[in-house]
Design a protein around this ligand. Sequence first.
Ligand SMILES: [Zn+2]
Length: 316
Amino acid sequence: MNEGPLEITRWCGTMPMHHRLLDAQPGYAEARTGIENEAFAWRRPRREAPVTIPVVVHVVWHQEADNVADEQIHSQIEVLNADFRMRGAGVDTVPEPFQALVADARLEFALADTGPDGAPTTGITRTRTDTAVFDADDTVKHAASGGADAWPADRYLNIWVCPLGGGLLGYAQFPGGAPETDGVVVNHRGFGTTGTATAPFDGGRTTVHEIGHWLNLRHIWGDDGEGCSGDDFVADTPNQGGPNRGRPEFPNISCDNAPHGDLFMNFMDYSDDAVTVMFTQGQTERMDACLAGPRGSFLAAPDEPVEPDDAEPVAA
Ligand SMILES: [Zn+2]
């Protein structure tokens, strides 16, 4: 089933990737500033109709055991379609004071049935590689470096599934980056709910978390270490110290956020898969802004571009 105890912690490489791109990729910082200004200025009623995102899963494997079965991939798609519709496992465990925050992202996901060339596809690619373990350096995203090339990022959500080293469960690229590397990368041992998925990360929530980043969500604690000054740019999430891990007990207080404490059951925290069960209203609005803006190509009829009002620019 798997190779024994999981020597990974809930660790997401999205922010190091973000900082690398800020330094290295021309235009990325400016794009990020524009996207954040749009998100900050977003004042629209919630989008009513669910949007379906076509997905391609690139399985990149070295050992036969890492070549995850179709069943494991389908189990992940099932989790996405529950969690982004407010009907995932455990959503009924949200403590009463937080229940009003729970929101339906109105997003659905389907393995692509048409490839970039117009031919029918399963929405799954499989690549054997000489690389035993990948890092958060995007090598898995290029055939030339032992991975698999992205499909056009304006039409597909690319999900690469592979062995990741360094305790890494996954990482995503925020909107605004290069299309060749756009998408999310997930450790196969934190992917789906069957096969090589390994407790406590066998609930499919790593992929939910990474797709949250792909839709411009930040970590709920604000990425300031353990401090109280970081912000996730979402108004309805409590200020929180650092990431939570494992299975915190309610209420879990930090940063003077008594009496209800941290929203540790949010998908954008680091708690175990069995614990993270919800997005908030504010997070779904931020995802709406992303889908109307930088990811507007996924909407059947994209909304008018958002005109930033008198919002103060925020840092990339
Ligand atoms: Zn993350």
